[in-house]
Design a protein around this ligand. Sequence first.
Ligand SMILES: [Zn+2]
Length: 440
Amino acid sequence: MTSESSTAERLARLSTDPVPRRAPSSSFVLAPGYGLGGIVDAILGAVDPSPPPDREDAGDAYWMRRALLAAMAAEGRASPNPTVGAVIVKDGVLIATGATEAYGQRHAERCAIDNVADRALLRGATIYTTLEPCAHWGKQPPCADLVASCGFARCVAGLRDPNPRVHGIGLDRVRAVGTEVRSGVLRNEILAWHLPYLFPYLLPPAGGRPLVSALAVAGDGAEPLLGRADGWEARDAGRRYRSWLRRKCDLVVTEPSLASVDPVAFARGPWRGVVWWDLGDRLAGMGVAEARELGVRGRELGAPVTLVCTPDRENSAQLDACLRAGIGHLAPPADADPASWLAAAGRNGALAAVTGAPPAWVLVDGHPRLAAALAAGLAVDAVHALHPADAPPTSGGAAPARPAQPSTDLSPVARVAASGALISEYYLEPLSSALDGTAW
Ligand SMILES: [Zn+2]
């Protein structure tokens, strides 16, 4: 990227140049039905038909799955803490569940333990937690000390916490009192759920950039068309999974258009912010009345909305109309490429100002042009791809769809057939190699 060329020129080149190839896919895979959003069947409303196993120690994966379901059901927004789930099992019977509360409040293990009125019941029981119990004082006392004090027979964790203040220390502290300790149950699947929290430990060179995932639609070939969200709402599975992702991520990034403001899909759920990123001069092409309507509807979403655009003569009236409606505004430098700007905005607090806290997970919802620009800058980490039963057209239409990269570079992590659609998730380089190298 040269500084002489304008953003518009570079974006124009993106639509004609091949997206840079990345290294072959990693060996990091998930069991079918698991993804970044957790257990996809549960999101789609499918009932888990499997009964609890007879023997507790034979069913660690079963109970860890239940712990993950507890995390998924959490109402509180724990971010930037991980949303941990915990269950307590005695004699093969579930006696308590818990999940991390809103940031600064109780952690999952404490919630589950507090849900057992008679602490004597905990003696000889097993506690399952998706992440190693914390060992340090933050806004809450250490969970490891509490777990160690309860007389549990076993403590089973999905994975160890890479935070150096916890890593191995939490489980050692529990082991020290004679509780049997196991970690690594459903490891990859739990790792996927906690990925927004784990991302800075996986890719420190990302320089403060949050985890970025993007919607895509599979074409008639195997290549997902990055940034395409058309077709998602028409399919029951697509609509539900998209809505779930919007509620679980910290920041939704989409195009500034009336079509992107769906009050039914967006108003639900406690996610924390929306960015309208104007790359295609969409704002300048709008009438002022339409911009005013966009601003009003954005304000009504119930979440802070910020417009990212470079002010100029063509869009000043429309920008004013949005700002008067209470929409925030960030102006990237005219020559900044989106990937670099996103990383800088993560570092300098611009994104935190939108959401109220540094976002851990950004979802690019639609917006093919932005998704392509971010992918070219290695700033798309995961792709949620919808494979409609009858494939959508791969050319034509308004969206300048671009493949993420050749399909041989993609590693499928979730394949769920439901309602005539198949949803896949992929981790892209450099994240997929980083996942290969973890020993948590
Ligand atoms: Zn804790």
